[in-house]
Design a protein around this ligand. Structure first.
Ligand code: GLN
Length: 486
């Protein structure tokens, strides 16, 4: 049961071969048994989960169930949840209980899903390894001495170890796709503006986007049908008609043009990652897809551009954590200014402070033109490269990350090395494009490799369709880590 996809679980619930209470209990038992080793969850409230599951069963008995009613899910701890802690992985919010639900949380509750708990993450979503979490790192279920990726590492680890059938994440520079790749699960970053950011704690507002993490592309589509759509409370939420993200799951691959950017197959990529990605691409070619060689010349600037823009926006967004309005406040202080300083010194970890300092610097008078404005111009060039590329192909493929999961502590003292791990995931959010990661095999150490598919704006359904076709004939997404057997 725990290795079933969402549509299989939904079928079992509809046939009454399992109740939501029984299914929720299975997940809670597994969390109780394995979370000590994985640290995937920050908060679990079993009583609340079982209450919601009971309500879902009653709703089904009354004939009012939707397709996902009764399915247990986990939310990344960046989504505000009323009546449950929302820490964002930070000491600053370690005691914060939101008075309202995020839009995405509301939508899932309305669909009748069951909240299992809140998952671990890098502090304020800043990181690629989950090691910046105030609550300690989540671990990779394929090898608990390795990171699960970040920042949505807890959600990815929870789905990979089958603690939760699916989970939410957020992606600013790769935080859904890179942990999905590192843990052998699937993750989608939608087009900017498709999923409301209302109630999502802000990191870099022009980049942040919520999305699903699950076992299969079809599951991602089912989750997007709940998460996606206009919300007037987010001014960047797009006013578009509701979409059915499953509509292209059966679309043929013949004639599909797959772009292969030269920059995504160059030096610095682990040989096993390149080999698995090339095998997956050959699979698509064998089914009638056409391969198109192309270039994204400005993508080599994506990491430096991102590390100007994201910290700039973060330094502004995080100014709200002042000890007055939310969360942590220092105990002893002389006056108001001293209270602000001490609160922020105590509440934020080293990576968050580093970003606030960088962001404040690049926005300061005298440096603004040289850094921030320049980065915005190059951001536009990166987007233009993609626009040109999508004149020649429908989707772009390459590795999600240049390596498989690295060891805990490996990059801890070298932020630049850590930042470079996001080289293939950062371009899509800079251009506002949808992109997903699916598993496509393993390296010699048995660690999963991720294949990334990037599309033009609003082509989520096509990306999901291509990924689904691949998953109908491969079983990488069905593999379960040996350390967490079913
Ligand atoms: N790893 C990147 C960073 O540290 C991306 C994080 C994210 O997407 N939230 O900023």
């Amino acid at each position: 049961m725990l290795n079933s996809t969402l549509s299989e679980l939904a079928g079992a619930l509809a046939r009454r071969s399992i109740s939501s209470v029984e299914l929720t209990r299975l997940c809670l038992e597994r969390i109780a048994r394995l979370n000590g080793a994985l640290n995937a969850f920050i908060t679990v409230d079993a009583e609340r989960s079982l209450r919601e599951a009971g309500a879902a069963d009653e709703r089904r008995a009354a004939g009012r169930a939707g397709s996902l009613t009764g399915i247990p899910l986990a939310h990344k701890d960046i989504y505000c949840t009323r009546g449950m802690l929302t820490t964002c992985g930070s000491r600053m919010l370690a005691n914060f209980v939101s008075p309202y639900d995020a839009h995405v949380v509301e939508r899932f509750a309305a669909a009748g899903t069951v909240l299992l708990g809140k998952t671990n993450m890098d502090e304020f979503a800043m990181g690629s390894s989950n090691e910046t979490s105030h609550f300690g790192p989540a671990k990779n279920p394929w090898d608990t001495a390795r990171v699960p990726g970040g920042s949505s590492g807890g959600s990815a680890a929870a789905v990979a170890a089958r603690l939760a059938p699916a989970a939410t994440g957020t992606d600013t520079g790769g935080s859904i796709r890179q942990p999905a790749a590192f843990t052998g699960v699937c993750g989608l970053k939608p087009t900017y503006g498709v999923v409301s950011r209302y109630g999502l704690i802000a990191f870099a507002s022009s980049l942040d986007q919520g999305g699903p993490i699950a076992k299969s592309a079809e599951d991602l589509a089912l989750l997007m049908n709940v998460m996606g759509g206009h919300d007037a409370r987010d001014s960047t939420s797009l006013e578009r008609a509701a979409e059915d993200y499953t509509r292209e799951l059966k679309a043929p691959l013949a004639g599909l043009r797959i772009g292969l950017p030269r920059e995504y197959f160059g030096a610095g990529i682990a040989p096993a990652v390149l080999a698995r990605v090339r095998e997956a691409i050959a699979w698509f070619e064998a089914r009638g897809a056409r391969l198109v060689e192309l270039e994204l010349p400005n993508s080599r600037l994506a990491v430096p551009v991102y590390y100007v823009i994201a910290p700039a926006e973060a330094s502004s967004n995080l100014s709200r954590f002042d000890g007055v309005r939310y969360g942590h406040r220092t105990r002893d202080y002389a006056d108001l200014a001293d209270m602000y300083c001490r609160t922020r010194a105590e509440g934020f970890g080293a990576e968050v402070k580093r970003r606030i300092l960088i962001g404040t610097y690049v926005l300061s008078h005298g440096y603004y033109d040289a850094y921030y404005l320049q980065a915005q111009k190059v951001r536009r060039l990166i987007a233009r490269d993609f626009a040109e590329a999508f004149g020649r192909c429908e989707l772009i493929m390459g590795p999600t990350a240049p390596s498989t999961a690295f060891a805990l502590g490996a990059n801890r003292d070298d932020p630049v090395q850590m930042y470079l791990n996001d080289i293939f995931t950062i371009p899509a959010p800079l251009a506002g494009l949808p992109a997903l990661s699916i598993p496509c095999g393993f390296d010699a150490a048995g660690l999963p490799v991720g294949l990334q598919l990037t599309g033009n704006h609003f082509t989520e359904a096509r990306l999901l369709g291509a990924a689904h076709r691949y998953q109908q004939e491969t079983d990488w997404h069905r593999r379960v880590p040996a350390a967490t057997p079913l």
